[in-house]
Design a protein around this ligand. Structure first.
Ligand SMILES: Cc1cc2nc3c(=O)[nH]c(=O)nc-3n(C[C@H](O)[C@H](O)[C@H](O)COP(=O)(O)O)c2cc1C
Length: 155
């Protein structure tokens, strides 16, 4: 099974840690959205899309890539994020809808807290310092295993 993880991590590298933990399990290639040509996705069986949450949604570069894609015909995908306030039901909504609109089938979603010093939070040292921590990363690895098992059922 060939897996690709496309991610953006601009604030503290929080999401990069999660992406790397998942990539290890999935033996996935890691890439930024701006490094990917739309036609490249055809070569993968499973594609992860993740970033920090910036103003209640994923990074705009992910949306730009997804919008540039052709119809994906039930291509298997997963979504992940790190956020100051970990509410994936809200934070993932826009990307979930954008991926479904392109025909992706979303096999699972992962999120955890991430160190956040945005705006006024900086003055108090931020929130979620130390996250993602080893426990969060272990959860990310287990999630990746589950998604991989689900994907292999389709092969
Ligand atoms: C410009 C900006 C906007 C943010 N907006 C939100 C937000 O709307 N909701 C939230 O829970 N966290 C928000 N955060 C916190 C980040 O989602 C959190 O720190 C995340 O772990 C950053 O991931 P990264 O280090 O991979 O970029 C924001 C951070 C920044 C820098």
């Amino acid at each position: 099974m060939k897996a690709l993880i496309i991610y953006v991590s601009i604030h503290h590298g929080n999401t990069k840690k999660v992406a790397m933990a998942m990539a290890e399990v999935l033996n996935a290639k890691l890439a930024k959205p701006w490094e990917i040509k739309p036609e490249e996705l055809a070569g993968y069986d499973l594609i992860g899309f993740g970033s920090g949450i910036y103003y209640w949604k994923h990074h705009r570069a992910l949306f730009k890539l997804v919008e540039s894609l052709p119809e994906m015909r039930e291509k298997k995908a997963f979504i992940f994020s790190t956020a100051g306030i970990d509410v994936p039901f809200i934070n993932h909504r826009k990307l979930r809808n954008a991926l479904r609109k392109k025909g992706f089938e979303i096999l699972g979603e992962f999120s955890c807290r991430g160190w956040d010093t945005n705006g006024w939070l900086e003055k108090m040292g931020g929130i979620n310092k130390g996250h993602p921590d080893e426990k969060d990363l272990e959860r990310a690895r287990r999630f990746a295993e589950e998604v991989m098992n689900l994907r292999e059922k389709y092969l």
